[in-house]
Design a protein around this ligand. Sequence first.
Ligand code: 2P0
Length: 326
Amino acid sequence: MQQATAIAHPNIALVKYWGKRDMRLNLPAVGSLSITLDALCTRTQVRFDSALSADRFILDGVDEDAGRVTACLDLLRAAARIDTRARVDSSNDFPTAAGLASSASGFAALVVAADAALGLGLTPHMLSRHARRGSGSAARSIFGGFVEMARGRREDGADAVAQPLLDAGAWPLEVLIAVTEQAAKPLASSAAMAATSESAPYYAAWVRSSRPDLRAARKAVLARDFDALADVSVHSCLKMHALMMSSRPPVLYWNAATVACMRRISALREAGLPVFYTIDAGPQVKAICKSEAHDAVEHALRSIAGVVEVRSSGLGGAARVVEEGA
Ligand code: 2P0
């Protein structure tokens, strides 16, 4: 029996990925830029077992549909020239599918564990490419710190991969996550993305304007320019949500507490604190700040009605193997 266990951290996009240029290969329509978090973690064990007739995927103790897991594992099986099915046991130390990027850490941990179990020794570049097939954002969780994901030009997706931009320790920003809803989100991001690209009237403008956003964010990260990063990140976030709201049927992930957090964080920034917000495909608000602003931001978020939990995180490391062997 070939088995290994890996951990991976979710990431939060500052320049957002939204929309696909190829559904089958899961190729993004736009590039993106993210930070990997150290406080949240997915742990995944992959065990290839010749007694199995199909892959099994157990998430937090519950058997789930293994479709996307199988699609991802097939890539590694092809590389290893085997056909053996696997049992995948995965657990998250945070709410699944509630806009905390569980699919990002989930598929990153899956490919890293499967690679180790099969003894393939794939490069991070290849691991990122394979993780992308599971979930676009998972390609970024292969790496730690600040990460850039390329849109790529090739039809086979060989260049639609992430690469590290800056180590976590080189610019140790902090993240506070205001959880405003514990339940799983009503609409999965893949379905919401499809609705947006088919019906949002601004979709072409979204795709076109992502390139300058990415350039500005990359430049801000490399220069450690907090204000420049804050400006482009808030712009990218609001532009993505405006796009969702403009689709038919409309997609609105925010609740009242989401909006209250946004307003509060903007007010803190206007008052001079180095903090800004971003929001993904869910109602949670992520505040990104310099360490000197951490306590004031945490205090402010905790005082908002509807905020059920505030989690703190630093920037985290790459996906990695934690246990190997038969
Ligand atoms: C991101 N999100 O860049 C964007 C911003 C959510 C909002 O990537 O369809 O689960 O599996 O490739 O990666 C969430 O979507 O989508 C996401 P699929 P994924 O982080």
